[in-house]
Design a protein around this ligand. Structure first.
Ligand SMILES: [Zn+2]
Ligand SMILES: [Zn+2]
Length: 384
C-alpha cells in the first residue's frame, strides 16, 4: 500500500469512533467556559490536558512545532433536530459544529501518534474553550499555549458550504467583530409639544442613517465592512417623548486599519449629531475579536494538503471562503503564522443545510475524515 492509501485507510478505521464521539459530544453540549465534561474527555484521550504535545521521533536540533487548534463549546439554543443523538440538555446545543472540531482533532492526534517515529518535529494540539463568546483563545495565548510554535492551523466545518469542498484562502478570511452601545440623551416631554423637549428618538434616527454612510461613503468598496444596529430601546408610550434612547450595534471589518477608523468614526458621528440637535451621546465600544488573517505560505501548505486529499478541483480560494462572521482563532493566528480554513459540510439529503447557530443546524459527518486528512497532511508536510 502506498503512503497515501495507508493514510486514507488509517483514517477510515478511525471514522466510526470519531463519529460516535462527535455524537456523544452533541448529546452533551456545554456552553462557553463550562466545558468540563468535554475537556475531561479530551484530557483523558491526550493523557496530558487540553494542550497536548507530541514530540516527533525523527526530530533534530531546531525542529519545528506546528499547533492545531479546535474549539469545544456549544450554544444556548434549544435543539429542534429529530435525530437519535439530539442534545439531552434543554436550551443547549452544538449548533456551530464545534463537537465535530473536537472529535476531528482527537482523531488527528491518534493518527499522528501512530506516526510519531516518522515525525521530524512536534505537534501541539490545542483544545480551546469559549469560542462563541470570544473569550477562550486570548487567555490561552497569554498563558503561553503558542510558545515555541512556528505555525498554526485549524478549520471550521461549514453547513452552507458543499460537502467534498475545502476552502483555503490567504489574507483576511474572518472579519473582526466589535460591539458598540450608544446612549442618546435628550429631554423628555409631551409628544404634542416637541419644541419644549429634545427628542432622542429623532436624534437616533439621524445617527443610524449617518452610520451607514461610514460604509457607503468612507470605506473602500474593495475592503468589506459592516455596521448593523441590532437593538433600539426607547420610550414607554405613544404620546411621550422619552429622556433617552439606547442603540446597540456590531461592527465588522477585514483590516485593523478599517476597524480602528470605523470605531473612531462611529463615536464622532454619534457625538456630532447628538450635539448638533441639542442632545448628547455616550458612546461605549467593546473590544471584540481581531480579524483572522492567513499567512501566505501556511495557506499554500494547507492548499496542497487539501488538493492531495480532495483533488485540486475541490479546493477553493475564491471570495466564498471569506465571511463577515468572526472567530477567535484570530488570536492564535496573531501569535504565529497560520491558516484557518473551511471544510464543506452541507448536504441537503442529510438535513445538513441549516445555517450555523440555527436550532436545526447539523453537518454531514462525511466532512470529518476529509478534515482529518487535510490537517494530518498539512502537519506532516510542515515538519518535513
Ligand atoms: Zn458559532
Ligand atoms: Zn464556530
Amino acid at each position: 500500500m502506498s503512503q497515501i492509501d495507508q493514510l486514507k485507510s488509517d483514517i477510515d478505521e478511525l471514522v466510526p469512533g470519531m463519529v460516535a464521539l462527535r455524537r456523544d459530544l452533541h448529546e452533551h453540549p456545554e456552553l462557553a467556559f463550562e466545558e468540563v465534561r468535554t475537556s475531561g474527555i479530551v484530557a483523558q484521550r491526550l493523557q496530558t490536558g487540553v494542550v497536548g504535545l507530541l514530540r516527533g521521533g525523527a526530530s533534530k536540533e531546531g525542529a519545528k512545532t506546528i499547533a492545531i487548534r479546535a474549539d469545544m463549546d456549544a450554544l444556548p439554543i434549544h435543539e429542534l433536530n429529530e435525530i437519535d443523538y439530539r442534545s439531552t440538555v434543554d436550551g443547549k446545543m452544538h449548533a456551530c459544529g464545534h463537537d465535530g472540531h473536537t472529535s476531528i482533532l482527537l482523531s488527528v492526534a491518534d493518527i499522528l501518534s501512530k506516526r510519531q517515529s516518522e515525525l521530524a518535529g512536534s505537534v501541539k494540539f490545542i483544545f480551546q474553550p469559549a469560542e462563541e463568546v470570544i473569550g477562550g483563545a486570548e487567555p490561552m495565548v497569554k498563558e503561553g499555549a503558542m510558545q515555541g510554535v512556528d505555525g498554526v492551523i485549524g478549520l471550521h466545518l461549514i453547513s452552507n458550504y458543499p460537502i467534498g469542498r475545502v476552502g483555503v484562502r490567504a489574507g483576511t478570511v474572518f472579519a473582526s467583530a466589535d460591539k458598540f452601545v450608544l446612549n442618546v440623551k435628550g429631554k423628555g416631554g409631551h409628544a404634542a409639544m416637541p419644541h419644549g423637549a429634545v427628542d432622542p428618538i429623532v436624534i437616533s434616527a439621524y445617527i443610524i442613517t449617518a452610520l451607514q454612510t461610514l460604509i457607503s461613503r468612507e470605506t473602500s468598496p474593495f475592503s468589506p465592512a459592516v455596521i448593523t444596529i441590532g437593538t433600539i430601546r426607547a420610550g414607554t408610550a405613544f404620546n411621550i417623548i422619552p429622556e433617552s434612547a439606547e442603540l446597540q450595534g456590531t461592527m465588522r471589518a477585514f483590516s485593523q486599519e478599517d476597524r480602528a477608523r470605523l470605531l473612531r468614526r462611529i463615536s464622532e458621528i454619534a457625538h456630532g449629531i447628538a450635539d448638533a440637535m441639542g442632545g448628547s451621546c455616550d458612546v461605549q465600544g467593546f473590544d471584540g475579536c481581531l480579524p483572522c488573517v492567513n499567512d501566505a505560505s501556511m495557506t499554500e501548505l494547507v492548499h496542497e494538503a487539501a488538493a492531495a486529499s480532495v483533488g485540486e478541483g475541490n479546493v477553493d480560494s475564491s471570495e466564498e471562503v471569506m465571511t463577515t462572521g468572526s472567530d477567535d482563532m484570530a488570536y492564535f493566528l496573531k501569535a504565529a503564522p497560520g491558516c484557518y480554513f473551511i471544510v464543506g459540510a452541507r448536504n441537503e439529503e442529510k438535513g445538513a443545510s441549516y445555517p450555523h447557530h440555527h436550532p436545526r443546524f447539523n453537518v454531514d459527518e462525511d466532512a470529518m475524515p476529509i478534515a482529518v486528512e487535510v490537517l494530518t497532511r498539512a502537519a506532516m508536510d510542515f515538519l518535513k
